[in-house]
Each structure stands twice: as structure tokens, then as C-alpha cells.
Design a protein around this ligand. Structure first.
Ligand code: A3P
Length: 322
């Protein structure tokens, strides 16, 4: 394993200086790698480690998301659906464990230490893995696995991300202005962005192989959580039985993972979320408002118009509607 890891380290060191650099949202700049903007440390390393060391299995279930589109919520839902017969809802691990600790974030997990690669190989199937990687950057061999993807109105993604990033920015830096965040987001310069390209990568693939990629929308999940949870359960290979339905299991899952419930739990109010040695986030920052359309309270009419224009332009002809 060591020679292989050394090869990846060498590839990383040689690639990094050749990449164009874009302004970051935090202290770190972003680099442009095969069409996407990544943090040089975590994300670029993450993608290279995945490409070189990750051995996908057809039974793997990926939760693929662009940051701020509903990762935390879906992690909780997928975990609750898959494990619903193992745990009682009144004594559920999600009451004491944050959604991000329920299954690993593959991008940050793999490169942490030399054992991570073999640890992941030893995980029992089906493995639940989460990733922010664009579909086209994942190894071809992962095409056999199943993916759940969630997208969200770009305006809400931008505002959620802007507020989140300002909470994480070191105190000695001035806050990032909304104008600056808007400009960067529109140019596609945001972690794993351009946002639209990220969404379209999974969308197009979901049209080709709907049995492999379940494409969800945050707005649909908000509007009809019971319907979406049933679809999710079916897709994950754990369909809700009639008996479960009549016992109110779907309602229990939705309630357990609801914004109201999760935000009131001590674990989500006070703990720290350690994704890797250099990515540690206060868990409460993953929960803000959890609403559809909150961006209108922040963006100007011109910003809304511009973002809608870009969206229409980008998704034109794809069949996707936001
Ligand atoms: P807002 O900032 O608009 O409130 P991610 O998990 O991908 O980082 O996304 C975070 C966004 O999802 C935040 O959006 C957060 O409030 C919202 N969110 C987190 N948990 C949620 C839940 N259980 N239900 C609905 N939205 C949730």
C-alpha cells in the first residue's frame, strides 16, 4: 500500500502547481481541477485518494451532494431508513449522534492516514458513504454503485453557503460580503463548483441510469417528506412494508430527522464535527433555518434576476427544472 500512497502524494505535489487559482471563501484559495473548483488540501487530495485508492462495490450507497443542499438532513434520513428495524425510535442513535457521524464523508476520510484505505476496505456491505465530489471526478468503476443526489434552488444554496462560510471564517478576517460571495458563486468559484455543473453531472447520469441514481430536490423533500422517504426507502432496497406504513414508521422517520427535532438535540447544539484534522466544524452551524426561499430575504432583485438567468442558461435543454 505504501508505494501506492507515495505515488498519489507525488501526483498531488506535481499537479497542484499547474492548476489555476481562484479566490477562496475562507483563507484558502480554490484550484481548478478538471472543470471544478476544489480546496487544494482537503478536496483535491480527497479526489486523488478516491481516484487512486477507493475500490467501489456495486453494493455501495453514495450520498452525493453539493455543500448546503441538504447533506445533513439526507444523512439522517438515509441512516434512519436503512437501520429502522435495528433501533427503537425512542432510543435511536440519531438522538445522541450527529448525522455527520452516522457515516463517513469519503472525501476527507480516505487520505487521513494510511490505515483509512484498509479500514474502508474492511467496512461491511452495503457501505454508506457521503461525498461532495462531482460525478465526473469519481472513478469510472463507481458507476456500478448506487447514488442518492439532492439538489436545491441555487439562490438558497448561495445564501446558505455565504452565511455558513462567514461563521467558519477566522475571526481576524473581515466577513465575506454578500456581493463578493454572489460574484464568486456566479463565476462558479465555490467549493466543488460551478454549482450548476455539479447538479447537471448527476442529473444527466440519473436520466441514463435511473436505477443507479436517485435524483432528489430539497424543495420536494420539504413539501412531501413522506412521499420522498418512501421513494428513498424503495431505492435503497429497504421498501416500507404495508405493516410499517400502517404503524406510522414513515412519519417516525420524518419526525426523527426533522429540522425541529435535530436542532433541539444536545449533540447537534454543542458538539464539534471533525471531518479530518484540518476540517472541524461546530455541529450547530449545519442547522440554520431549513426553509425554502429564505434567499429572498438577503438577495437584491437584481441578484435574483441574474442568478435565475444563469440557471436558465445552464440547464437549458437538460430537462431539469429548479
Ligand atoms: P439553510 O442555511 O438554508 O437553513 P448541508 O447539510 O448540505 O450543509 O445543508 C445545510 C442546509 O440544510 C441549511 O440550510 C440547514 O439549515 C438545512 N438543514 C439541515 N438539517 C435540516 C433538516 N433536518 N431539515 C431541513 N433542512 C435542514
Amino acid at each position: 500500500l505504501q508505494p501506492m500512497i507515495d505515488r498519489t502524494c507525488k501526483r498531488y505535489r506535481e499537479t497542484l502547481p499547474s492548476l489555476s487559482v481562484g479566490k477562496g471563501w475562507m483563507t484558502e484559495h480554490l484550484v481548478h481541477y478538471h472543470g471544478f473548483w476544489l480546496t487544494p488540501k482537503a478536496a483535491l487530495k480527497g479526489v486523488m485518494w478516491i481516484q487512486d485508492h477507493f475500490k467501489p462495490r456495486p453494493t455501495d450507497i453514495f450520498l452525493a451532494t453539493f455543500p448546503k443542499t441538504g447533506t445533513t438532513w439526507l444523512k439522517a434520513l438515509v441512516f434512519a431508513i436503512i437501520n429502522r428495524t435495528r433501533y427503537d425510535f425512542s432510543d435511536h442513535p440519531l438522538l445522541t449522534t450527529g448525522p455527520h457521524d452516522c457515516f463517513p464523508f469519503l472525501d476527507a476520510y480516505l487520505y487521513q492516514n494510511d490505515q483509512s484505505v484498509s479500514n474502508l476496505d474492511a467496512f461491511p456491505s452495503p457501505r454508506l458513504l457521503s461525498t461532495h465530489m462531482p460525478y465526473t471526478l469519481l472513478p469510472d468503476s463507481s458507476a456500478g454503485s448506487r447514488f442518492v443526489y439532492i439538489c436545491r434552488d441555487p439562490k438558497d444554496v448561495l445564501v446558505s453557503k455565504w452565511l455558513f462560510m462567514n461563521k467558519l471564517r477566522p475571526k481576524e478576517l473581515p466577513p465575506l460580503s454578500l456581493e463578493e460571495a454572489f460574484k464568486l458563486f456566479c463565476q462558479g468559484i465555490s467549493h466543488y463548483g460551478p454549482y450548476w455543473d455539479h447538479v447537471l453531472g448527476y442529473w444527466k447520469e440519473s436520466l441514463k441510469t435511473p436505477e443507479k441514481i436517485l435524483f432528489l430536490k430539497y424543495e420536494e423533500l420539504k413539501k412531501e417528506p413522506l412521499v420522498v422517504v418512501k421513494r428513498l426507502a424503495e431505492f435503497l432496497g429497504h421498501p416500507i412494508s404495508m405493516g410499517e406504513e400502517s404503524k406510522g414508521v414513515v412519519q417516525e422517520i420524518v419526525r426523527l430527522c426533522s429540522f425541529e427535532n435535530l436542532t433541539n438535540l444536545e449533540v447537534n447544539k454543542r458538539s464539534l464535527q471533525k471531518f479530518s484534522s484540518d476540517i472541524i466544524v461546530d455541529s450547530r452551524h449545519f442547522f440554520r433555518k431549513g426553509e425554502v426561499g429564505d434567499s429572498k430575504n438577503y438577495l437584491t432583485a437584481e441578484m435574483i434576476e441574474r442568478l435565475d438567468e444563469i440557471t436558465v442558461d445552464k440547464i437549458y435543454g437538460s430537462g431539469l427544472i429548479f
